[in-house]
Design a protein around this ligand. Structure first.
Ligand code: 13P
Ligand code: SF4
Length: 375
């Protein structure tokens, strides 16, 4: 499979990344399965494995808990006896776990190159500059919200400036919380999630502006920003922006009666053309609980879609909205080989690819995450 060039995040972290040793490459599926199961059994409750829904089947079958970003963040507090949390997901999820974990715990991300290209679209100096420029425009009645798909430094900025973190499943609550406290929201880094959720809450599109971090004053006039209720950062997910209204029209023509369900990281036009929209956990629940005989077209990452299709056949039909299937190549980096390596490492007393959020970012990141968990 062809993987894209490294993201900015991956380049920055390559120096810390411990590569997979040669002896863990080229193992057969049977050997991987047997050795992962044996290592997991030997480690017992000292280790908890968390798996995001986009992980590959060969990895997620070993997870003690699966979920969307919100459910997995909540899960951290549920297994205090586990000394090690092995997070099969991407870097921002493991960082949040490191901030929420207890003192005696540690977090491992099996491959440190498992980043998120959307999270890389907002850097600490860019959000600082945006804040300064908003002040220059005379705009101070604003609270920042960051999608959990962002680095700890961005979450810390939001915590320190009175704001919070949200996930795709609680963004509505987070926005209501912020608008009770300020006239405007600065929403980073996903413009699509921000637009989709604000629109669901009744904010018209002409009361939203997009802040381009590569332009002076975001490329906006102060009056436009003053009129806006939400300032959306110009970031996106390269997986979810591949879905289009045209694909929805095609699937409706080919499968009369099909229901279309999408993740809120897709563009606004796609949500308008779909029947339902929500987090990965929401998608799985809605489709699984639908009447027998239902046909669904799902607009999210292909591993989730294919797994759901297999689990629910023959009672329900599940199709990918994109006929080529949209793959998150960074989620894909966590391989069963990496999982085996980190588990056997723990048995040998070695910790590979530990995630450590710098101490100076931890306190405010925790504030921003705890505000989210409280709503
Ligand atoms: P969920 O929180 O809905 O699982 O989304 C995470 C994500 O990265 C979607 O692209
Ligand atoms: Fe990031 Fe998109 Fe992958 Fe989710 S699907 S982890 S937002 S790149």
């Amino acid at each position: 499979m062809h993987l894209p060039l490294l993201t900015e995040f991956e380049k920055a972290h390559l120096s810390e990344r411990q590569p997979l040793p040669e002896r863990y490459r080229g193992l057969s599926d049977e050997e991987l399965d047997g050795r992962i199961a044996a290592a997991r059994a030997a480690l017992g409750r000292r280790v908890v494995i968390l798996g995001h829904h986009y992980q590959r089947d060969e990895v997620i079958k070993f997870a003690d808990y699966t979920g969307d970003s919100y459910k997995l963040a909540r899960q951290i507090a549920e297994r205090p006896e586990a000394e090690t949390i092995v997070f099969c997901g991407v870097h921002f999820m493991a960082e949040s776990a490191d901030v929420l974990r207890a003192e005696h715990q540690q977090v491992i991300l099996p491959d440190l190159a498992a980043g998120c290209s959307m999270a890389d679209m907002v850097a600490p100096d860019q959000i600082e500059l945006c804040w300064t420029e908003l002040a220059q425009m005379g705009i101070s009645d604003v609270l920042p919200i960051t999608y959990i798909n962002s680095a700890a430094a961005i979450k810390a900025f939001c915590g320190e400036h009175g704001g919070l973190v949200c996930t795709s499943s609680n963004a509505k609550g987070a926005m209501r919380w912020a608008w009770e406290r300020a006239g405007k929201i600065l929403f980073v880094p996903d413009q699509h999630l921000g637009r989709n959720v604000a629109y669901q809450l009744g904010v018209p599109l002409d009361e939203m502006v997009v802040w381009d971090p590569n332009e002076i004053w975001g490329g906006l006039e102060p009056d436009e920003v003053r009129r806006a209720r939400i300032i959306l950062w110009k970031g996106h997910c390269s997986v979810h922006t591949r879905f289009t209204p045209r694909q929805i029209a095609q699937v409706r023509a080919q499968h009369p009666g099909v229901r279309v369900i999408v993740h809120p990281e897709v563009p606004w036009e796609v949500v308008q053309a779909a029947d339902a929209c929500g987090s990965t956990e929401f998608i799985i629940r809605e489709v699984s609980q639908s009447p027998v005989g239902s046909v669904w077209a799902v607009g999210t990452e292909v591993h989730l879609v294919n797994r759901l299709a297999r689990q629910l056949e023959p009672d329900r039909t599940v199709l990918s909205l994109d006929q080529f299937g949209c793959l998150c190549s960074t989620m894909f980096r966590v391989s069963p080989n990496h999982l085996l390596w980190v588990l056997e490492g723990l048995l040998d007393g070695e910790v590979h690819n530990r995630i450590v959020v710098p101490a100076e970012q931890k306190a405010w990141t925790r504030v921003a995450l705890e505000r989210m968990l409280a709503i």
